[in-house]
Design a protein around this ligand. Sequence first.
Ligand code: V0V
Ligand code: CO
Length: 145
Amino acid sequence: MLLRIDHVGIACENLEEKIAFYRAAFGVTVVSQEVNEEQGVKEAMLHVADGEGGGSYIQLLEPTGPDTPVGKFLAKRGEGLHHVAYGVTDVTKAMAAMGGAGVRLVDEHPRHGAMGTSIAFLHPKDVGGVLTELVESPAPRPEQT
Ligand code: V0V
Ligand code: CO
């Protein structure tokens, strides 16, 4: 059911500084940068590799305010690994399967994620302390196939 690791989400205080660090240290490039008001983040996707059904990325996350998931995480734990996101073919089906297996879903319905994806979160308390995200990438446009 899981296709690949889509991205690792890393919480940071200053997005531009962290982008500069990752570019210099790992030679990765920013392929998208968005503000997601619903999730309370300013985020950047840095391309690592290409895999089945899409790429894999480092997602750098700066909170838009203190009362957001990443804002609260930074206050409690400081900068560092915030979530792991797995690529899936169909996020709604994956949610049903994991919900059926007794894992608490943070989201009842898929939400909008970076680069046109549909995403859903699984509660960290039911995944061994790891906030886990499911990602369905949009179907590739004809010119990309
Ligand atoms: C919180 N906890 C975590 C955690 N965040 N544990 C591991 N990893 C994390 N990232 C723990 C926390 O230490 C507490 O444990 C407990 O969960 C409750 O945390 P809280 O601070 O009271 O916060 P809540 O309950 O208000 O919210 C926690 C959840 C929230 C996970 C429900 O952060 C959430 O809804 N996250 C999903 C949305 C999200 O993270 N969006 C930002 C990324 P103790 O101390 O009680 O033991 S957006 C994104 O990735 C996008 C857009 C994308 O395209 O990929
Ligand atoms: Co993410």
